[in-house]
Design a protein around this ligand. Structure first.
Ligand code: HEC
Length: 139
């Protein structure tokens, strides 16, 4: 009988205080959900990039890519697998410009790609693309 009550209290406490605590860095225990991203202020650049990536009206990267990152928020919907999982980015992209170019215009590397050219088509701003790259280079 006790456990559900304790869990309920914990849940409510998390709901009440979750949005008030400082949003952690991408490497920290838990990343913000899309909803928390919307409300949060003064996010560091890496977390801003995470937010642009997961927000459906912005990058919506999760529609096609799993992102392998610590602190994955539990209530985030499962990612799609149309594109390859975004893993070991900082090891695979020693050249930041190369990664940025892929996000800016994916059709240069592959004219047949289904990945939207986020920069060329102005889906994201230049700054938003920079923040996504900041974030990707932490994973
Ligand atoms: C509609 C599906 C779709 C969306 C949305 C999408 N991608 Fe992709 N992406 C792909 C596919 C498919 C590939 C595989 C390569 C190709 O098609 O040229 C890819 C390839 C990539 C690559 C190169 C592969 C690698 O692992 O290094 C990166 C980086 C990447 N995507 C990042 C992103 C980011 C960041 C976002 C969000 C801003 C995003 N993608 C959104 C479909 C998508």
């Amino acid at each position: 009988m006790r456990k559900p009550i304790v869990l309920a209290v914990l849940g409510v406490t998390t709901l009440l205080f979750g949005s008030m605590v400082t949003i952690p860095q991408a490497s920290a225990a838990s990343l913000p959900t899309e909803k928390q991203c919307k409300k949060a202020k003064n996010l560091d650049q890496v977390t801003q990039g995470w937010c642009v990536a997961i927000t459906r009206k912005k990058g919506n990267c999760l529609a096609c890519h799993a992102i392998e990152v610590k602190g994955w928020p539990k209530d985030l919907p499962a990612a799609g697998n149309i594109g390859p999982p975004l893993v070991s980015m900082k090891d695979r992209y020693k050249d930041r410009a190369k990664l940025r170019a892929q996000v800016w215009d994916s059709t240069v590397a592959n004219p047949e790609t289904v990945m939207p050219p986020f920069g060329r088509n102005k889906i994201l701003t230049e700054t938003e693309i920079d923040r996504i790259v900041d974030f990707l280079l932490t994973i």
